[in-house]
Design a protein around this ligand. Sequence first.
Ligand SMILES: [Mn+2]
Length: 271
Amino acid sequence: MKTTQRPHHYRAIWISDVHLGTRECRAEFLLDFLQSTECDQLYLVGDLIDLWNMKRQVHWPQSHSDVVRTILRKAHAGTEVIYIPGNHDEAFREFCGFTFGNLRIAREAIHLTADNRRFLVLHGDEFDDAVKCGRLLSAIGNVAYDLVLRLSHRVHSLRRRLGLPYWSLVAFLKRNVNQAAKYIEQFDHAVAHEAARREVDGLICGHIHRAQVMNVGERVYCNDGDWVESCTALVEHADGALELVHWSDRQHSVIHLPPLVTEETPEPVAA
Ligand SMILES: [Mn+2]
C-alpha cells in the first residue's frame, strides 16, 4: 500500500483509538497514513495499545510492530510526539511526565494552533462519569460491542473480496442507534462544558470512536475518531485550519470544517 506521492506535511496530526494488539485494529491503513504524512507535532490521543483487551487475547501481527516502529522513527527524525494514554492503555499513565528524546508522555496537553487558538488535548474517558449514560452503555454494551466489532470485521473482509469500498458497520450503527446517539450528544455537551471551564478555544479528544469537528457555542469540539472502524485523523494545516482526514484502502476523502471555524477567527478567550 505504498503511495508514490511525497508525504504531505501538516503542522500537527492527532490520532487515537488505534487499539494495537487486537484483531480489530486497522494497522495497515494507519501505516499507509503515517507513511504518507509528515508533521511537526504528532499527538497520540490514547488507546494506542489495547492493554485492556490484550489481557484476554493478544493479536500482534508484524503490522502492529511496524506502527510502533514508524512512530518512533518519526520521533527520531524530529517530530515531536506527545503520547496521552487512554483508558485501554491506562498502565502508561504511570509514566506521565516522562520524556524520551522527542517523545513525551502526558496526561493531557495544550496545543497552540498557528492562528493562536488554544486547544486542550485529552483522551476523553474523563467524561464517562459526566455522561451518566456512558456507564450504562459500558455495563450492558461491552459484550454486544465486541460482537458488533467482530461482525463488522467480517463485513469488511467480504466487501473487500467483492471489491466494494470500505464501509463501517459500527459507524453506521452508532449513527443510527438511538441510545448511542444520545450518549454521543451528551458527550459533546460534557466536552463543551469542560472547554469553557478550562478557558480554552477548543477541545480535542478521541475515546468515543466518532470523528467530528463542530462548534459548540463559542468553542470548537474535535474528535479524531479511531483506527478500528472509521480510520480517521485530525490534522492542522500551516494556517491553523483543522481538518478531518478519512483514510481507507479505497478512498482518501477530506471533510472540510464548517465555515464558521475556517472563515472566522475566534474571539480571544477572556482570562
Ligand atoms: Mn478510550
